[in-house]
Design a protein around this ligand. Structure first.
Ligand code: 6MZ
Length: 342
């Protein structure tokens, strides 16, 4: 029998991506195509390749500036989205939940024309990959700006209900707070959007507790949630009770310094306690990765087996914001692959 290498197995597996920020996912090729100067691309590469011990979460946030500079018109946003979809498709991702923050560029682009450009690229996609959109509220923004963005999000959700499926809380975790923005997420939920909130990227037990009490559909990252990793027992026990699925991004956590090493990654506690999670890229451009590599690292460093990888993929379908009919089709695709390859 021909046993495939981990690399071949992870590459060929049809994959589900639930946590990918559009402007963090731009490849160097896309930056160049969008007209970034050679100096900007070189700086992007330099930051990308700085060893983890040489940078921290705040440094990572600087890199998004290069992508934002390159996607400052609706045309550039459209092209960037098309390229990102194509690159995930090339990595055998069959379902992609892309997330992005509505952005205004004075005199050039409104938050609405920004989102319209992303939606158009999703509508024009002809590859065999199903793409949904999650719109982000940036915790660094003022509550007023976030409220304006929510108005745009709700308006466009009415127009594109099968594309715009959810709302996300992201941005630099050192800035802003969930409590001030909670009302926006409640409104979004009442209007039919699914919710996913970045949670515990820095130690902040009070905010983690507020986020869990909100009972989002999913949370992101959570490196400072388990008591062995700086969290508190009360929050960990609440998560165990609520079983909210966690979007895990291994390489992102290592490179941004929120987790010490792959071997010591907090996900080990999720595995030990059988808590639901998915594996994701976060920012495949900024962290120089793709979903196949994330799966490969999970096999290598977390000592999980190929069968568990299949289970994680199937669970990710269930955690997704797709419709039930779409989930059934995705599960069929996974089963077909297992039938032919395992
Ligand atoms: C928190 C993150 C993030 O929205 O312009 N973003 N927020 N934690 C992370 N982990 C390292 N990675 C990305 O994509 C870029 C934006 O996504 C958020 C930040 O707000 C960043 O500016 P968009 O498409």
């Amino acid at each position: 029998m021909n046993i495939p290498s981990n690399r071949d197995f992870c590459k060929s597996l049809p994959k589900i991506e639930l946590h990918a920020h559009l402007n963090g996912s731009l490849s160097e090729k896309t930056l160049t195509e969008l007209g970034s100067s050679p100096d900007d691309v070189a700086e992007y590469q330099r930051l990308q390749r700085t060893p983890p011990e040489g940078r921290n979460l705040s440094d990572c946030f600087k890199i998004f500036g290069f992508a934002h500079k390159a996607t400052a018109t609706p045309e550039a946003v459209y092209l960037a989205t098309k390229n990102v979809i194509r690159e995930f498709y090339d990595d055998n991702v069959i379902y992609l939940e892309l997330r992005t923050t509505p952005r205004e560029e004075v005199g050039i682009m409104t938050a609405e024309s920004y989102v319209e450009a992303v939606v158009k690229a999703i509508q024009d996609n002809t590859y065999d990959i199903l793409v949904k959109l999650i719109l982000s509220i940036n915790r660094q923004h003022s509550p007023e700006l976030s409220k304006n963005n929510l108005d745009v999000i709700l308006k466009l959700k009415e127009k594109y209900p099968n594309i715009i499926r959810g709302i996300d809380l992201s941005g630099d975790p050192h800035k802003g707070n969930f409590e001030d923005l909670k009302i926006l997420f409640e409104t979004a939920r009442k209007n039919g959007l699914r919710t996913t909130l970045h949670c515990g990227e820095v130690k902040n037990d009070e905010e983690v507790s507020q986020i869990l009490e909100f009972r989002p559909d999913r949370i992101g990252h959570a490196p400072f949630l388990h008591p062995n990793y700086g969290g508190c027992s009360k929050n960990w026990n609440l998560l165990r009770m609520l079983k909210i699925p966690t979007e895990i991004c291994l390489t992102s956590n290592i490179i941004s310094g929120t987790t010490k090493s792959y071997e010591l990654h907090h996900i080990k506690e999720w595995i030990k306690h059988d808590l639901p999670f998915s594996l994701n890229t976060d920012d495949k451009g900024v962290f120089h990765t793709d979903l196949s590599q994330e799966f490969e690292r999970a096999l290598k460093y977390l000592h999980i087996k190929n069968e568990q990888i299949l289970e994680i993929s199937s669970n990710s379908v269930n955690h997704s914001f797709a419709t039930q009919e779409e989930k059934n089709k995705l599960q069929e695709k996974l089963k077909e692959w297992v039938y032919t390859n395992c």
